[in-house]
Design a protein around this ligand. Structure first.
Ligand code: ATR
Length: 297
């Protein structure tokens, strides 16, 4: 693969990810690999920042001719007030994970919902008309909801430990999209098991099962998975307890690494203003071989 566009007029594609904490972000590994493979001269740094430091960091990026940056926890919503424009991809979702500088303007985009949908479509999972059970009500759940609604799912069940947060997210998504078929339930394993019976896809967007609590799972009882796809957005470890159980119960499974890959590739396409062709299996291999060292340090 090759590309000759750095996304700015200075020939160097200067990029970063901002957040707090930021030291566990895998994004430098992903983008470092893609920039190398595409033969684009550039770099991708991690920058830890506090909320009050956002304006001066943006100014620093602007004056150093950055092409853009990614935004992660906890600034995906608060970054919006510091930007000049919000792209349609981020408007309804209300969260920005990618910013591009162009012609003196900073524009916010969202590639998380795209990444989530693409991770399913690329594995042949059909979303049109599907019933989807989503566990969690944070930023990842929000992206997943917007993503599946854009692909015309039939029905969504939202289940979160803090019930009010699920109610609020459901209301918010209904208002933003006009999609009304969202039901909200209390967090109980029995409730989850009951709901997956009549639906097609279960998505875990919570951090349950993430290292160092890798022995945990939102569901630990066997279920009939013969017509179910189980998606876990946790990718450290890659093969979570939930995915292991799901496979044992006959379900198809999708891990969280592909969402991460596709949201990142889309961000790079926005920065470079051109399609990015990449070897999916090679990229996955590269990330997996570095995953443990990266995430545990
Ligand atoms: P993200 O942006 O990755 O979604 P987040 O906004 O912090 O991160 O959301 C984390 C989600 O995981 C929340 O839905 C959280 O539930 P609460 O709203 O009750 O906090 C969920 N979560 C985290 N740990 C959990 C646990 N041990 N049991 C159930 N839900 C959990």
């Amino acid at each position: 693969m090759s590309a000759n566009n750095s996304g700015n007029s200075h020939g160097i594609c200067r990029l970063a990810v901002i957040g707090n904490p930021i030291k566990h972000s895998l994004s430098p590994l992903l983008h470092g690999y893609l920039l190398r493979e595409l033969d684009v001269k550039g770099d991708y740094q991690r920058r830890e920042v506090t909320e009050s430091g956002l304006p001066s960091l943006l100014e620093e990026f602007r004056s150093a001719n950055y092409t853009g940056f990614n935004v992660t926890i906890p600034f995906k919503q608060t970054i919006k007030q510091h930007l000049d424009e919000i792209d349609i991809s981020a408007r309804d979702i209300g969260a920005v994970n990618t910013v591009k500088f162009k012609d003196g303007k900073a524009t916010g985009y969202n590639t998380d919902a795209y990444g989530f949908v693409q991770s399913l479509l690329s594995r042949g999972v059909n979303l049109t008309g599907a019933g989807v059970v989503v566990l969690g009500a944070g930023g990842a759940a929000r992206a997943a909801l917007h993503g599946v609604i854009s692909k015309s799912v039939r029905h969504i069940v939202l289940i979160n430990r803090t019930h009010e947060k699920a109610l609020e997210l459901a209301e918010n998504v209904r208002d933003a999209t006009g999609f009304r078929s969202i039901e909200v339930h209390q967090w109980h394993e029995q409730e989850i098991l009951h709901k997956i019976k009549g639906n097609d896809i279960l998505v875990n967007t919570t951090s349950i099962g993430m290292w160092p609590d890798s022995h945990l799972s939102p569901v630990s009882t066997d279920f009939d998975g013969s017509n179910l796809v189980v998606v876990d957005l946790v990718y450290n470890p890659l093969d979570t307890q939930l995915l292991q159980l799901a496979r044992k119960c006959g379900a198809r499974t999708v891990d969280g690494l592909d969402m991460f890959i596709y949201q990142g590739v889309k961000a790079l396409e926005i920065w470079l203003e051109q399609p990015v062709a990449f070897e999916h299996s090679e990229l996955r291999k590269h990330l997996v071989s570095n995953l443990e060292d990266y995430a545990k340090n």
